[in-house]
Design a binder for this molecule. Structure first.
Ligand SMILES: [Zn+2]
Length: 183
């Protein structure tokens, strides 16, 4: 390890200790050239799980994207953000337990959907329709956002209260419009 003071490469380890949770080892080193001491930290380099999107492209797994999708789906719904955080944590845990290299975005979406269904049916329908179309929470969020923002927050929508309607028109999925009561 290059000495941060004199830039020489030779040193000896004078002390090693593990962090409390065992996730890192700190080594106290002494430069053989100038005699000054410095510390290095050794940690496990995490293998980053990658998400395979519908088009076959890959991107790093990010829990933030799940959360964004859930928040968008729960817009104006009586769902506490803690609930969404809990769902996100459960989905993340399940995904990381089962996969260590790659996971299909569809799988993540289905997990989140299932959890959301137990919490709020309207949010579930929103999430399910849009997620299945876009197959990516990030794209889903981007697509849903303008729709949600353009709706007048003070204007009660006709389907509010019965818990059946989505309150959102899904682009490119016109068969869903006016389907209330048909299921
Ligand atoms: Zn040195």
């Amino acid at each position: 390890m290059r000495c941060p003071f004199c830039k020489e490469l030779e040193d000896k380890v004078v002390d090693s200790r593990m962090s409390e949770d065992g996730s890192a080892i700190r080594r106290r080193r002494e430069c053989l050239s100038c005699g000054r001491r410095f510390t290095t930290v050794e940690v496990v380099k995490e293998l980053r799980l990658r998400v395979v999107k519908k088009d076959g492209s890959r991107e790093p797994f990010e829990r933030g994207k799940i959360m964004e999708g859930l928040i968008a789906a729960c817009y104006k719904r009586p769902v506490a953000v803690e609930k969404l955080e809990a769902i996100t944590a459960q989905v993340e845990r399940q995904v990381l337990q089962k996969f260590d290299r790659e996971v299909e975005s569809r799988y993540i979406g289905e997990l989140a959907m299932r959890r959301l269904r137990e919490v709020d049916n309207v949010a579930y329908v929103r999430f399910a329709s849009v997620y299945r179309a876009f197959n990516d929470a990030g794209e889903f969020f981007d697509a849903l956002k303008p729709l949600l923002e353009s709706s007048d927050p003070d204007e009660p929508t006709s389907d509010e209260g019965d818990g059946k309607g989505t309150g959102v028109i899904i682009p490119g999925d016109s068969k869903n419009e006016g389907r209330e009561g048909t299921q």
